[in-house]
Design a protein around this ligand. Structure first.
Ligand SMILES: Cc1ncc(COP(=O)(O)O)c(C=O)c1O
Length: 475
């Protein structure tokens, strides 16, 4: 009988690169290993996996890239790694760290403007485990608010087609209909289309600052007016841009208003573990007022296990991450964030100028820090194949097909932007020479957008998730 994995060897080797190189553990009954041996094995994997990012050739992913910064955060983390911050009597430092992270984020995003529009109102926040949890929590909060205050039992949420998919995940988990608004010619959401989608069961609108795919800021001022007109919430997803746009604005870039200075904005997510340069595992979710935040709280007074209170989805949480996030913010400070944003803005501007010189390519809109581009002339996935071979790691987009380069600090090193533009021009020539040939990196994306294709893709993607949680098949 033939082996069903025949022909998949290369893929399996890249998916499970350690399958022959390191011991496989599938039972706890094996003799316990030596700590030094484990440390050496783990460090080897980390060095190998960081190498490409440290060269500055990866889009997004590594936001700081400064290993001294990571080392410092890890030291702070180690003090509280084991601490469960649900137990505040034992770990009151978590209350200090958490309160200050939220206060500093509110100050950065103009939480003080809230009281200008409604005297007595105060912007507040919570800490979550990441952008997805912040977005899903916001979705839940608006559902609970609409149910309690307006009696809505069949809720819907209106979001741009480009809004982060975790909002759809939240809507899926919490039984909310998603209404997707198309984009205008500038690739930002079409506000007139949003208006058409609102009805009496709409619980909130969403805009991005900037969106994951194209890095663009939706027309938040107009969305805010629409939200106020209908008496509904507006969540701004600043998971990606939240810790960068305020500093780009201070650096003199033309950043449209998107934070609490816009009266209709009722909540904002901003990820500390992206451009906040913290360790992975934290994000901030802010609300225009205590009443709104109350809708995400979960309290049970009659459980035999005791009085149960939790602000969000997690139960036990590590004090290490909270302390390290705080440490990242207070050691970066305004000067550090501004310096980083200035370099990121300049690198993105260089990339934009270089890409505009390549006639076969077109940039989506006018981004400030994440440059997405497409082509009507060449297969952009063939371009990606050539870039991959040259050591770059871009993010592939579809519907429409494109690539994006999300500029982070490792990419701001001298020479990186110029080297990328030069390799991109060569990659376009590669794609031209291979017109009509199937691209390696685009094989899956071609299925998107048709019902049959989506069934196929869903099956493949679920299989991929199965693999992510499995031992490597034996060679
Ligand atoms: C705009 C935006 N929102 C939300 C998220 C989700 O964040 P996380 O990956 O931390 O869950 C991302 C991730 O890149 C993002 O770019």
């Amino acid at each position: 009988m033939s082996n069903p994995l025949d022909g998949f060897g290369d893929f399996l080797d890249s998916f499970y690169p350690y399958r022959d190189a390191a011991p496989v553990h599938s039972t706890l009954d094996a003799p316990a290993r030596d700590r030094a041996d484990v440390l050496a094995e783990v460090a080897g994997m980390a060095r190998r996996e960081d190498a490409q990012g440290d060269l500055g050739r990866v889009s997004g992913s590594l936001y700081s890239g400064d290993h001294e910064h990571y080392q410092f955060l890890s030291e702070v983390f180690a003090n509280f790694a084991h601490a469960n911050v649900l137990q505040r009597d034992m770990y009151p430092s978590a209350t200090k760290f958490e309160g200050e992270i939220i206060a500093m984020t509110l100050a950065m995003l103009h939480g003080d403007a809230v009281a200008e529009f409604k005297p007595g109102q105060e912007a507040v926040g919570v800490l979550t485990s990441g952008g997805s949890e912040s977005l899903m929590t916001a979705v839940l909060t608006y559902r609970e608010q609409a149910r309690t205050e307006r009696g809505i039992v069949a809720p819907n949420i209106v979001l741009p087609v480009t809004a982060h998919v975790a909002l759809q995940k939240g809507a899926h988990y919490f039984g909310i209909e998603v209404r997707k608004a198309p984009l205008g010619p500038d690739h930002r959401v079409d506000v007139a289309a949003v208006r058409e989608l609102i009805d009496s069961n709409t619980i909130a609108l969403v805009g991005s600052a900037g969106d994951y795919g194209h890095g663009l800021i939706d027309p938040i001022v107009e969305l805010g007016e629409l939200a106020l007109e209908h008496g509904i919430g507006l969540h701004v997803d600043g998971c990606l841009g939240g810790f960068l746009l305020p500093w780009l604005e201070r650096a003199g870039y033309d950043v449209p208003l998107w934070d609490f200075r816009v009266p209709g904005v009722t909540s904002i997510s901003a990820d500390t573990h992206k451009y906040g340069y913290a360790l992975k595992g934290t994000s901030v979710l802010l609300y225009r007022g205590r009443d709104l935040r109350r809708h995400q709280y979960f309290t049970v007074p009659d459980w035999p296990g005791g009085l149960y209170v939790s602000p969000g989805m997690a139960g036990s949480r590590s004090g290490g991450l909270i302390a390290a996030t705080w440490a990242s913010m207070v050691t970066m400070g305004a000067a550090g964030y501004l310096a980083a944003a200035t370099e990121i803005g300049a690198t993105a501007a260089k990339l934009k100028a270089g890409i505009r010189e390549i006639p076969e390519l077109e940039i989506f809109g006018d981004p400030l820090f994440l440059v997405a581009f497409k082509s009507d002339v060449v297969d952009i996935y063939l371009v990606n194949d050539a870039l991959t071979a040259a050591g770059w790691r871009m993010n592939a987009l579809h519907l429409p097909a494109g690539l994006h380069f999300c500029v982070t600090r490792p990419n701001t090193k001298p020479g990186i932007a110029d080297a990328f533009v030069a390799d991109l021009a060569k990659a376009v020539e590669y794609a031209k020479a291979r017109a009509g040939e199937p691209a390696q990196s685009g094989a899956m994306y071609g299925f998107g957008g048709t019902p049959q294709g989506e069934i196929t893709l869903t099956a493949l993607m679920s299989g991929f998730l199965d693999m992510m949680q499995s031992l490597a098949p034996e060679a």
